[in-house]
Design a protein around this ligand. Structure first.
Ligand code: FAD
Length: 553
């Protein structure tokens, strides 16, 4: 329990917050009562949705608004409060990243998907990055002006309770800091309300094995497996919608026969659409970190000091205050690499970076309480005694592209992820310059006041470009923003997997709506765009579907 709590503080404190909050609102018994009885026999619905994650639950809720429409939602995990509270122990684990080292890539495997595990950062893309999205897919409904109403619709802001704010708050840790408005997973926001609808059936703990097609290449249903039952089919009379996330959506397409034909044939999968783009074009932000000893309390003390830890947990459980009320990422900033370092970039690198519009930053800085190191063992690696603070340097002008491939024809076998994070010379140049600039930031008078000693990680012995590049390569990790592996695009886009209505190109009645259907990954944190897709696209999809099928609007 102890290491898990500490890991939560360092990496995703939201799990704890969300779980504890959720438990207060929604009892497990109620949730279990709302789950369907799974028979293991073939069943028929109008719409079948695979994945109960961030993007999909809105679509399910919208479709189920028409009581005559039968909707099935298939989720490999279960209700968060049943399987995960107080901390998630059943993520999609051990997804393999190759290229740099073997890493664990966390994802939500629960109703609510990765929204139930993420760090609660909500931030919208820049105006010009959305223009690039719209131009890239040749559909201006995705530009800033047309998208803004959906952003506004997709959030409800709860201001902080200023009663908890100290009279003269400082930048130092403030135990009476304002409460962070609680973030709820998509399950809580949309799905729980819809579960009272008898026309929406949630198949939890159910793994989609493959999409079924009729002889005309219309998606006709999904083959599923529930532990303890025979494989059975959930048939769709109208549409199948895949929302299994950036890794499992392309996996499901591939095991179902949509993907690079040579690879599908290797695994004995009959080819329905030969599309080499499925699983390619992966955009994923990557971070490296620099750590110093600091004079204020941090997650380092939380890990090493049992008394402080017990007090912190008690504070949180008693009135929702203290270190655990913090998501450990108080300060985010974006910028282009300053000119003094930019001028070292080669002309080729500068030319490649012209791809990005002027308001697209090259780097994101994320302050983090504690020692990050190479992120492999944040719970056991915290130096003792003392406290540490880090700045993580996030690469957001991405020119490297990763990919996802299958290792078998079975969705129970996790796909192979190759992020290729620092493959492109421009990306190597940016993150190196970002680390150098972060050292400059730590050397400013204002920051020096908060430091308790010399650089702890990687350490002043790393000075040359080669030394720094090597340690960055060894220690970089994901920011969990994988996307664009079933790229959206115009019909003449040589990289596209889905069109701008999220319809899979080459078949009918099959859509992919989630982070995988991004055409590009805008700078910053993606959940606002996933929410947007699930609102704008879901509305488009729901409206289109309702129009197509003559349903109530
Ligand atoms: C640790 C972490 C921290 C993050 N922090 C932030 C943040 O602070 N801000 C931000 O903007 N973004 C953040 N993100 C990213 C953001 O949460 C994701 O981009 C977003 O949630 C992805 O939504 P999705 O719908 O594409 O997939 P998901 O929400 O992951 O949903 C996919 C669902 O499909 C299910 N599934 C997969 N395969 C199958 C199958 N074969 N059968 C049945 N079900 C299946 C999964 O169990 C899952 O529930 C973070 C992500 C993580 C993991």
């Amino acid at each position: 329990m102890f290491p898990l709590v500490a890991l939560s503080i360092l990496v995703h404190a939201s799990s704890l917050n969300t779980a504890l909050t959720s438990q207060k609102n929604l009892g497990p018994t109620l949730l279990r009562d709302l789950a369907p009885t799974i028979t293991g026999e073939d069943q028929v619905f109008n719409f079948v949705i695979v994945g109960g994650g961030t993007a999909s639950v809105t679509i399910a809720a919208q479709l189920a608004e028409d009581s005559s429409v039968m909707v099935a939602l298939i989720e490999a995990g279960s209700f968060y409060e049943l399987d995960n509270a107080p901390l998630s122990s059943t993520p999609f684990s051990d997804l393999i990243s190759s290229g740099l080292s073997i890493l664990h890539y966390v994802q939500g495997k629960t109703l609510g998907g990765s929204s139930a595990r993420n760090a609660m950062i909500y931030q919208r893309p820049t105006i010009e990055s959305l223009q690039l999205w719209a131009d890239n897919v040749n559909d201006q409904s995705y530009n800033w002006d047309n998208i803004l109403p959906y952003f506004q619709k997709s959030v409800h802001f709860t201001p902080p309770n200023t009663d908890f704010r100290a009279a003269k708050p400082t930048a130092d840790f403030n135990p009476n800091r304002p409460l962070i408005p609680m973030v709820h997973s998509e399950q809580e926001t949309f799905l729980t309300a819809s579960l009272n609808c008898t026309n929406l059936k949630v198949f939890d703990l159910t793994m989609a094995k493959k999409i079924l097609f009729d002889s005309q290449n219309n998606a006709s249903g999904v083959q599923v497996n529930v532990t303890g039952f025979h494989v059975f089919n959930i048939n769709a009379t109208k549409e199948v919608i895949v929302s299994a996330g950036a890794f499992q959506s392309p996996q499901l397409l591939m095991v179902s026969g949509i993907g690079p034909s040579a690879m599908l044939e290797t695994f004995g999968i009959p080819v329905i659409v030969d599309n080499a783009n499925v699983g390619q074009n992966m955009w994923d932000h990557v971070i490296a970190g620099i750590t110093f000893p600091i004079v204020t309390n941090s997650a380092t003390r939380f890990v090493n000091d049992a008394t402080y830890q017990a007090e912190s947990i008690s504070q949180w459980e008693t009135n929702g205050t203290g270190p655990l009320s913090n998501n450990n990422l108080d300060f985010l900033a974006w910028e282009n690499i300053p000119n003094s370092l930019h001028q070292n970039f080669s002309s080729d690198v500068l030319k490649d970076l012209d791809y990005f519009p002027s308001d697209w930053p090259e780097i994101e800085y994320l302050s983090a309480s504690g020692y990050l190191g190479n992120f492999s063992l944040p719970t056991t690696d915290q130096p003792s005694p003392g406290n540490c603070g880090s700045i993580a340097i996030g690469l957001v002008a991405l020119l490297s592209r990763g990919n996802v491939t299958i290792v078998s024809a079975d969705t129970n076998d996790l796909p192979l992820i190759n992020p290729n994070w620092l493959d492109h010379p421009a990306n190597q140049a940016i993150i190196l310059a970002g680390c150098k600039h972060t050292r400059e930031i730590f050397g400013t008078t204002a920051v020096l006041r908060g430091l308790a000693g010399p650089e702890y990680y990687p350490g002043t012995q790393y000075q040359t470009n080669e030394e720094l590049t090597n340690i960055i390569r060894d220690s970089s990790v994901m920011l969990w923003h994988a996307s664009a592996t079933c790229k959206m695009g115009a019909l003449n886009d040589p990289l596209a997997v889905v069109d701008t209505h999220a319809q899979v190109i080459g078949v009918q009645k099959l859509q992919v709506v989630d982070a995988s259907s991004f055409p590009i990954l805008p700078p910053g944190h993606p959940q606002s765009m996933v929410f947007l897709l699930s609102d704008a696209l879901a509305e488009k999809i729901a409206d289109n579907i309702k129009l197509t099928w003559g349903l109530e609007r």
